[in-house]
Design a protein around this ligand. Structure first.
Ligand code: UD1
Ligand code: CA
Length: 459
């Protein structure tokens, strides 16, 4: 049967106290809403409707191409939100309703909900869970003798007895298209919040002698919705735990998983070791047998196998096989480092290519450079790439030795096998095989100390 999904994401999220629409707050590196759209896509939903309202433009921009937005100009409740999409809903389809603020729900659980729904041939099925602390959620009301679902009562409308019920509504449902389309126009705003509650559809369907099912799941983590920043941090922690668990099961060693932060959609090869305090962000691929040392941050980068990175930051860059980076190195966007390269402490690289077997062991700035193979960049070398207005490129060909504390003032080219003497400021191209010395000559004044004027100079 064709699957459609409606994802509710129009609410303001008042309790977040934020300028950012609630569903755009990130969990494991991506907006909460995108976790939900991913799961819907994973289970083969054909039409994905996202109800937008607060911050509609920003929310729409964050959505994948397969999602269509439906504007709910005024937020009159979850039932009203689904009404806004009625024109687009197919009476023949199975319709999932999901909440943009509940990102932990897995594709597997959604399949379980659909299975319960289809096996029971229900008009509607709600996903529920039992919570130690059900505060804030709608409670599931069941018939005392048959245990059948009677309806859902919102906390704000509940009696003290109803509030003591621990089974809660996750805000995730499955409907027969025809039943949903038939019942939505019958919702009223007769409740504490004067909203159209989607939850009321269940009792209304019962009243019309339609059957309604409940799929109660054991893993209550999955249904957690975010209404406050405290809950956002809890959701984040659950994601981290899940993600780390998956990597460890795939052969990655984590010295201290509780203190290792890996975003959604990161790939890590087996036998890679990750130390405490590592932050590995979206879009990163790490090969096998790497060693990611403590307090390293890697974002949107490709790290080949056998690489060691210690206490360093790598952003939108590529690092070749068996290269070592750090401690305290900074690879800024557009850095492409070859194989067996050594990038040592306090070396900053930006928008540069460095060939295989080259070395920059300490204290250098390499910006807008093209460096060949087997090049040595000495300590304190600066690639002077900026003239105050524009950036310029420096080219250093294979086997060049750049002595310590040299400045290469771009645009400039140093030819193959050339040697730049320490302390040189290079402003003109250096031919291949040449030795370039660009510094003032040393003069030694013999027997200078002990003379009368020595004291004056020293003081
Ligand atoms: C809702 C359910 C509650 C359930 C809980 C689970 C109702 C009436 N209540 O309550 O039973 O336990 O979710 O988390 O449905 N939204 C819109 N348009 C609106 C109102 C809300 O798009 O007019 C969106 C919000 O952006 C949010 C979702 O719907 O993503 C849920 O809304 P929220 O206000 O958080 O509902 P709860 O009060 O938490
Ligand atoms: Ca909510």
């Amino acid at each position: 049967m064709k699957r459609q999904a409606v994802i509710l994401a129009a609410g303001e999220g008042t309790r977040m106290k934020s300028d950012l629409p609630k569903v755009l707050h990130r969990a494991a590196g991506i907006p909460m809403l995108n976790h939900v759209t991913n799961h819907a896509t994973q289970i083969g939903v054909e039409d994905l409707f996202v109800i937008v309202g607060h911050g509609a433009e920003a929310v729409s921009r964050s959505l994948p191409d397969n999602a269509k937005t439906v504007l709910q100009a005024e937020q009159k409740g979850t039932g009203h939100a689904v009404m806004c999409a009625m024109d687009q809903l197919d009476p023949e389809a199975l319709i999932l309703v999901l909440s943009g603020d509940a990102p932990l729900i897995s594709a597997q659980t959604l399949e379980q909900l659909i299975q319960t729904h289809e096996q029971g041939n229900y008009s509607a099925t709600v996903l529920s869970a039992n919570l130690e602390d059900p505060t804030g959620y709608g409670r599931v009301l069941r018939n005392e003798s048959t245990c059948d679902l009677m309806g859902i009562i919102e906390e704000k409308d509940a009696t003290p007895w109803q509030k003591s019920i621990k089974e809660i509504n996750s805000g995730t449902y499955c409907f027969k298209g025809s039943a949903l389309l038939d019942i939505l126009p019958k919702l009223s705003q007769d409740n504490a919040q004067q909203e159209y509650y989607l939850t009321d559809t269940l009792a209304l369907l019962k009243k019309e002698d339609k059957t309604v099912g409940v799929c109660c799941i054991d893993n209550s983590d999955e249904i957690m919705a975010v209404n406050t920043r405290v809950q956002l941090a809890q959701v984040e922690a659950i994601f981290r735990k899940r993600i780390n668990h998956r990597h460890m099961m795939n052969g990655v060693t984590m010295i201290h998983p509780e203190n290792t932060y890996i975003d959604h959609n990161v790939v890590i090869g087996k036998d890679t070791v990750i130390e405490a305090g590592a932050i590995i962000e979206c879009g990163t691929i790490i090969g096998e047998n790497c060693h990611i040392g403590h307090n390293t941050r890697i974002s949107d980068s490709f790290i080949e196998s056998g690489v060691t990175i210690t206490s360093s930051t790598v952003i939108s860059s590529r690092v070749g096989e068996r290269t070592t980076v750090g401690p305290y190195a900074y690879l800024r966007p557009g850095s492409c480092i070859g194989k067996r390269v050594r990038i040592g402490d306090f070396v900053e690289v930006k928008n540069s290519t460095i060939g295989d077997d080259s070395t920059s062991a300490h204290l250098a700035y390499i910006g807008d450079a093209k460096i060949g193979k087997n090049v040595n960049v000495g300590c304190g070398v600066v690639f002077v790439n900026y003239d105050g207005k524009k950036k310029h490129q420096t080219i250093v060909k294979d086997n060049v030795f750049v002595g310590s504390n040299s400045n290469l003032v771009a645009p400039v080219t140093v030819g193959e096998n050339a040697f730049v003497a320490a302390g040189s400021t290079i402003t003109e191209d250096v031919p291949a095989e040449a030795l370039a010395i660009a510094r003032s000559r040393q003069t030694n004044k013999e027997e200078w100390t002990g003379k009368a004027d020595d004291k004056a100079v020293k003081s």
